[in-house]
Design a protein around this ligand. Sequence first.
Ligand code: NAP
Length: 310
Amino acid sequence: MAEKVIIIGSGPAGLTAAIYTARANLRPLCFTGMLPGGQLMLTTEVENYPGFPHGRMGPELMADFRAQAERFGASMKDTRVNRVDFTRPPFRVWADGEEDPFEAKAVIISTGASSRMLNLPGENELIGRGLSTCATCDGFFFRGKEIAVVGGGDSAMEEATFLTKFASRVTVIHRRDSLRASKILQDRARANPKIAFRWNSIPVAYKQEGGRLKGVRLVDTAAGKESDLALDGLFIAIGHIPNTEIFKGLIDLDENGYIKVVPGTSRTHREGVFACGDCQDHVYRQAVTAAGTGCMAAIDCERWLAAKGE
Ligand code: NAP
């Protein structure tokens, strides 16, 4: 029998949609994906989620979201959806390790976004060998080492500041001469004596020795000159790309791959398919806005099912 609602993704958006649809008695089935809990599982302290004046660890916050959804009857499948068919209801969803597709009357997409990479030769092989996208996961391995962070946004400042707990020195490599990051995070990074800035610089090649990253070649975007920077570790924090590959051609995406929703709603152009969180938001991308759109998706979905007599 078809589920009433399938939710694809389990970050703040997906789990909030799970809490709300569960409380509406829709017994949602949530596919948690490769990283159950989403991007907050890769962060340390979340300082700006309302309700936690002293901050909360990202993984703990997400464990609470999940427990709250399960308390109201949401079911979780810790696997990744690899294919969908939205041609007509019931919609079909295939998942890793499952032979038969799952069917649902409505689908909420909350697949989030993943780290953007530099796409330089040797990148895949160097991940975990000096190259990382997650300071929280890998910072510990760089005690007393020289490292760098690429990027000029909030993530780059947050990671650089966090990494000074371990590294002897952290160089922020940024392609312009001014930062995009919010003032509070900029000020914190600029005031940290262990953080240095390399302005107008872009990595153009990885230097390696024995299969480990040993530095980067940088090009100066103003002067065009190249130079080498010796490093034990490099953290990439240059933004994200939406996880919407499996929906290409099935629902409307914008030119950057974000799911298009009817403004002010979570409705996609496909009736009965709703989207929330970072897979449809390239502007705000906060845990609290993702949770807010997850709530919107659950309410839109519930009303749509009710109008269909469900
Ligand atoms: P972001 O704001 O998009 O910043 C990406 C940075 O990487 C920019 O400085 C950009 O340079 C640079 N960049 C992009 N592509 C590049 C490339 N190919 N080569 C070199 N540099 C490149 O991404 P983010 O820092 O991950 O933040 C995403 C969202 O999450 C934002 O809304 C942010 O406010 C939020 N966030 C909030 C917090 C917090 O409040 N505590 C923490 C983390 C993230 P340009 O500046 O030149 O474009």
